[in-house]
Ligand binder design. Structure first.
Ligand SMILES: Cc1cc2nc3c(=O)[nH]c(=O)nc-3n(C[C@H](O)[C@H](O)[C@H](O)COP(=O)(O)OP(=O)(O)OC[C@H]3O[C@@H](n4cnc5c(N)ncnc54)[C@H](O)[C@@H]3O)c2cc1C
Length: 408
């Protein structure tokens, strides 16, 4: 039997949250998309697959709404009304309140599983997305005018552009010989959810402890998602603690402001590093999401950066098509690359510095950061700048992040 050959505008490798969002956004703007993932579709939404929840910036939610995903996830989204940042037991803290900007919440917390389910639900409404999974890529061949992707099953996909959304260990990036810089942190992010007696009031807490940041992030109902950054060599022991001892360790870090707490569901641990590609494009090829950059979760910006990539790429491709340019053309793609590398680089730098500055207990550093926090709290324009960052509204924003579709 001869395996099927597909012709499509865009081949997207990687059906994670970035890949699926990109597929939907592109299909919603009239492109035909073939999406390929190595995992079976059912695995991608299984409870055990991903225990994380994501803080989605206000601008990311605008994009998800503009491309029709948000209505599928809105019932599971908890608005983030305030962010409180504290340095261990120090009384000094930073406080960001959405009311200061007076324009909706700072963002929303959504369990990744619900985001994935919403993405699948939206994909089912679009006819111009073909999702092939489980499938492995065996060969990528590119010229200046197009690309052919061959899958292990023998299927071939001919397209004008290949997008790599295949995560940190991207084979698309490796295929294009794009160099990548990696800075390991010797830290893991331990993730779990808790149920608690008292309401979180929509407040996200970030506590800086000597081993790294500890985040308590509000979910719908009396539930919160925790991201506990810990030194990697301790993680195996912590992950192996009996439930009671694990809950006691969590309670020691959260304090008593939520009343009685109970860990619900599983525990997950993710190795943390800063990783970024030297460039995001090549002939008929572009990288988005973690395939292009993966950062420390300290500021909850990783996926948000991926969503910004998607918004910029869709805008660049839609404009190229409008003026009759080839969407795989290197000068078209370079505009995307330049737009995003500049913006992303500042976020890599800020998250890296913050993690290093706050993941230690050295007294002079501690005094300096407490004074810094007190200073930011008092200087309104600086505080508003940080809040605008949290909302994802800094820099040259693509239309979709303002909730507007790109015209034909
Ligand atoms: C503890 C933690 C907390 C976080 N919290 C936040 C947060 O609050 N807010 C936020 O914005 N970000 C957060 N992030 C970051 C965010 O989770 C990631 O940036 C995001 O999940 C990356 O999505 P992605 O689709 O680019 O990559 P991935 O999720 O890695 O998806 C890649 C996909 O590609 C597929 N794939 C891989 N290789 C192949 C191949 N060869 N062929 C076919 N398919 C392939 C995989 O199966 C997978 O489905 C957090 C990260 C961590 C570790």
């Amino acid at each position: 039997m001869v395996a099927k050959a597909f012709e499509t505008d865009i081949t997207l490798i990687g059906g994670g949250m970035a890949g699926m969002t990109a597929a939907i956004g592109l299909a919603d703007h009239g492109f035909t998309v073939t999406l390929v993932d190595q995992a079976p579709k059912g695995d991608l939404t299984a409870v055990s697959y991903d225990g994380r929840s994501s803080a989605l910036a206000y601008a990311s939610c605008q994009l998800l709404d503009a491309i029709g995903v948000w209505p599928h996830m809105a019932p599971y989204a908890q608005p983030i009304l305030e962010i409180r940042v504290s340095d261990g037991p120090s009384l000094m803290h930073l406080h960001f309140d959405h009311e200061t900007l007076g324009d909706g919440p700072l963002g929303h917390m959504v369990e990744n599983r619900h985001t994935r389910l919403a993405l699948f639900a939206r994909m089912a409404e679009l006819r111009n997305i073909q999702f092939l999974a489980p499938e492995h890529v065996s060969l990528i061949e590119r010229s200046k005018t197009g690309a052919k992707v061959t899958l292990n099953s023998g299927k071939t996909i001919q397209s004008k552009l290949v997008i790599g959304a295949d995560g940190k260990n991207s084979i698309v990036r490796a295929h294009a010989c794009i160099p990548v810089s990696t800075i390991p942190y010797a830290q893991h992010g331990i993730v779990c959810s808790i149920e608690h007696e008292f309401s979180h009031c929509g407040i996200a807490h970030e506590r800086f402890l000597p081993s790294g940041p500890f985040a308590i992030l509000p979910l719908t109902g009396n539930r919160s998602s925790l991201v506990w950054t810990e030194k990697s060599h301790l993680v195996e022991t912590i992950m192996g603690l009996p439930d009671r001892a694990f809950t006691a360790e969590i309670a020691r870090r959260t304090g008593d402001f939520l009343g009685d707490i109970k860990v619900i569901g599983g525990r997950w641990a993710y190795p943390l590093s800063l990783q970024y590609a030297a460039r995001y494009t090549d002939d008929c090829l572009a990288l988005i999401g973690d395939a292009a950059h993966s950062i420390h979760p300290i500021s909850g910006q990783g996926l948000n950066l991926g969503i910004k990539d998607i918004a910029a790429l869709i805008e660049v491709l839609a404009e190229a098509r409008r003026v009759g340019l080839d969407i795989g053309n290197s000068s078209v793609l370079e505009r995307y690359g330049q737009w995003r590398t500049t913006d992303n680089a500042s976020v890599y730098a800020i998250t890296d510095i913050f993690n290093r500055l706050f993941s230690n207990d050295i007294t002079p550093v501690k005094i300096a950061r407490d004074l810094g926090m007190a200073g930011i709290n008092k200087i309104t324009p600086l505080k508003n700048f940080f809040m605008a960052h949290a909302r994802g509204t800094v820099g040259e924003l693509p239309k979709l992040l303002r909730g507007e579709k790109v015209g034909p």
